[in-house]
Write a protein that binds this ligand. Structure first.
Ligand code: NAP
Length: 279
């Protein structure tokens, strides 16, 4: 008989994480013996914790803030996407070899395609923000052959650096926020990756809603609240609204599939998170 699967998530803080509830529900649904636990790891304990997980035979580890970049030197191998994004959110222990991957970007794109957009090929995409979450999703969006990706960020230099770094992947350019109106009016899909509108600042909105006249889809990475003011206003303008919960569920689904080799029960995972949020 197989040993129960040892899985977990490391972060600081970690108590708020919905990953244990989501993954334990998935394990139960698929009849897989195992346990997924939240582990509070301070930055100075990171290296020791990774060695311990190796010794104790953990099959999989999710990595969250603030360890996504710092964990990389302690791993044996990095996937192409983790190396280029510069962050790891999923570790797979393959017979003692720790492999770092990044499922945030591909999780987001799977959620966007399945829940709102269908194909992304040929789309004109505007991404607001150029932080950690934006890196993962822009990398994954670039693989979908969009017509172009325009990055808008408060600190334009950050967006410019990203556009330069990934100019080999797709037609990517950067603009300052003063150009936001023109860029958004000329886009099919607008994605907010900034934290504007996140709890407790739920009245804030990252753009002027009047600019969305021709936009087909508005997506927001935030999932607390589940529907941001941006999404509510976009819906009222006739746009399709796509929230951030799916990104969280699908990044977990990819990790679950890497660890178990079994397809992830998406709706069970989503419902487990939703039920916990409503408590
Ligand atoms: P981050 O690395 O700190 O980046 C924040 C981004 O927001 C930067 O581009 C920053 O611009 C911009 N920003 C922040 N406050 C702003 C303000 N007042 N005005 C204009 N721009 C502002 O954060 P992150 O990790 O990328 O996370 C961003 C959001 O994504 C958060 O809301 C987070 O909850 C969400 N997220 C969701 C998921 C999911 O699973 N759904 C996963 C990861 C993150 P500057 O460069 O100018 O500072």
């Amino acid at each position: 008989m197989n040993e129960p699967l040892k899985l977990g998530v490391i972060g600081d803080p970690i108590a708020h994480s919905k990953s244990p509830i989501m993954h334990n529900a998935a394990l139960r649904e698929r009849g897989i013996a195992g346990d997924y636990t939240a582990l509070h790891v301070k930055p100075h304990d990171l290296e020791e914790m990774i060695s311990k997980m190796r010794e104790e035979g953990y099959r999989g580890i999710n990595v969250t803030i603030p360890h996504k970049e710092h964990v990389m030197p302690y791993l044996d191998e990095l996937s192409e996407e983790a190396r280029r994004i510069g962050a790891v959110n999923t570790i797979i222990n393959d017979a003692g070899r720790l492999i770092g991957r990044n499922t945030d970007g591909i999780g987001y794109v799977r959620s966007l395609k399945e829940e709102a957009a269908g194909e992304l090929q040929g789309r004109r995409i505007v991404v607001l923000g150029a932080g950690g979450a934006a890196r993962g999703i822009i990398y994954a969006l670039a693989a979908e052959q969009p017509q172009r990706i325009t990055l808008l960020n408060r600190t334009v230099e950050r967006a410019e650096a990203l556009a330069r770094e990934w100019s080999d992947l797709a037609e990517i350019s950067a603009l300052p926020m003063t150009e936001a109106k023109t860029a958004i009016q000329d886009a099919d899909l607008v994605i907010n990756t900034t934290s504007i509108g996140m709890h407790p600042h739920t009245d804030s909105i990252p753009l002027d809603i009047e600019w969305l006249k021709g936009t087909e889809i508005v997506s927001d990475l935030i999932y607390n609240p589940l529907e941001t003011r941006l999404l509510q206003s976009a819906k009222a303008k006739g746009c399709v609204a796509h929230g951030g919960l799916g990104m969280f569920v699908y990044q977990g689904a990819y990790a679950f599939e890497y660890w178990t080799g079994v397809s992830a029960p998406i709706e069970v995972m989503r419902n487990a998170v939703l039920a916990d949020m409503k408590l």
